[in-house]
Design a protein around this ligand. Structure first.
Ligand code: PLP
Length: 427
């Protein structure tokens, strides 16, 4: 029976047997014991599934990855040490030196650096295009060596909503997968696989954790992409892996298992960017209330965005759930229950007034974080981007008056009161 998302949040991924722990056990062990070398040998040959070393796999992580896969409607999942590691693995699992990836330009700054600086040094080329591109504009950027398209459901921090169905259609027409970072909306507000995404990634550090306690990431495979049908494009999945006695992942594990098995067997083995089982336990606690919290984050987001739009000291508000927002139609399509609790807005009077406004906040804390139970606020021009001039900021897609607020789980009336007194004071 297909369960509702709320039920999967609470009970997915782990079903204890008779007399077993009700809560998922934290398997705090680096290694696992076997009776014979032959037993262990089968694991190293990928002939049997099981655990041998927590650098590659751990049962606690796998319970939580299974829950996330169920939530996203995928077939397999894995947890990584961070969202950065998740996006790196998701791309590097299919692209190698000499390949090309097409990415939305509106993505998280950390991902942009990962792609445009670090992975570029590895010989992978990236093209960044507007998330507002038409089908023809996307198609024009596809090259013979393009191995995937990448984008974010609701982008951090621009809050652009990606037309997932459109990007998936172009990807599939060209025999390549669509990778979607679903961090901001979570599977509670959007399930990209239902719209054609093949691989979904997360920074679990954000809403999934939700309490600001653990950095982590996840990758979920829809299990729909037919690697063998595009054999020449994806040799890593469709030709023998010498480091595993010549097994071919797409043959041995099929569409549903190949991607995550390869990412575990090769990338986790070699990079070890795994989430600790303790952190997996924390994010499972977050997942148990994700459906309840997302509803509140979104409700607070809407109330605060509406307040901001009506305040005379506010120049502009960007929030996809707001009527009249550039992305409102796409938000309604992909996130009918709302997107998230993050809003950006401009304080009238530019950099100086925005700085003064930030100083007056009492309840809302100044942090670079988002998607936490506690509301927080950032003025990039005086914090993360303070070295930049107003002109440089504009070319980075940020204006000097821009303030980003992440609405937490407090009473929206208290959040509005705090914003109001701070805005009123900079008149
Ligand atoms: C934060 C974030 C990341 C990076 O995640 P970390 O857990 O900080 O490594 C990736 N994508 C998006 C959309 C994010 O917001």
């Amino acid at each position: 029976m297909d369960k509702h998302i709320d039920t999967i949040c609470v009970q997915g991924g782990y079903t204890p047997g008779n007399g077993e722990p009700r809560q998922i056990p934290i398997i705090q062990s680096t290694t696992f014991k076997y009776d014979t070398s032959e037993d262990m040998g089968k694991l190293f040959d990928l002939e049997a599934s099981g655990y041998f070393y927590t650098r590659l796999q751990n049962p606690t992580n796998d319970y939580v990855a299974k829950k996330l896969a169920e939530l996203e409607g995928g077939k397999a999942g894995m947890l990584t040490s961070s969202g950065q590691a998740a996006n790196f693995f998701a791309v590097f699992n299919i692209a190698k030196c000499g390949d090309h990836i097409l990415s939305s330009a509106n993505i998280y700054g950390g991902t942009f650096n990962l792609f445009s600086v670090t992975m570029k040094k590895m010989g992978i080329d990236f093209t960044f295009i507007s998330p507002d591109s038409t089908e023809d504009e996307i198609q024009r950027e596809i090259r013979p060596n393009t191995k995937a398209i990448f984008g974010e459901t609701v982008a951090n921090p621009s809050l652009a909503v990606l037309d997932i169905e459109l990007f998936a259609r172009v990807a599939h027409k060209n025999g390549i997968p669509l990778i979607i970072d679903n961090t901001f909306t979570t599977p509670v507000n959007c399930r990209p696989i239902e719209w054609g995404a093949d691989i979904v990634t997360h920074s679990t550090t954000k809403y999934i954790d939700g309490h600001g306690v653990s950095v982590g990431g996840a990758i979920i495979d829809a299990g729909n992409f037919d690697w063998m049908a595009h054999r020449d494009k994806f040799p890593g999945l469709t030709t023998p892996d010498d480091s595993y006695h010549g097994i071919t992942y797409a043959e041995k594990f099929g569409k549903e298992g190949a991607f995550i098995t390869k990412a575990t067997a090769q990338l986790m083995r070699d990079f070890g960017a795994i989430q600790s089982p303790q952190h997996a336990f924390y994010i499972n606690m977050g997942l148990e209330s994700l459906h309840v919290r997302m509803a509140r984050h979104t409700e607070n987001g809407r109330a605060v965005a509406e307040f901001l739009s009506s305040h005379p000291q506010v120049e502009w508000v960007t929030y996809p759930d707001l009527d009249g927002d550039k992305y409102n139609a796409l938000a309604k399509k992909y996130c009918p229950n709302g997107t998230c609790g993050v809003i950006s807005f401009g304080v009238k009077g530019g950099r100086k007034n925005a700085e003064a406004f930030m100083k007056q906040l009492k309840l809302i804390a100044i942090e670079t974080h988002v998607a936490d139970a506690r509301s927080c606020c950032l003025h990039p021009a005086s914090a993360t981007h303070r070295q930049m001039t107003d002109e440089e900021l504009i070319s980075a897609g940020i204006t000097a008056d821009l303030v980003r607020i992440s609405c937490g789980l407090e009473s929206s009336a208290d959040l509005i009161a705090d914003l109001k007194q701070a805005l009123d004071s900079v008149k």
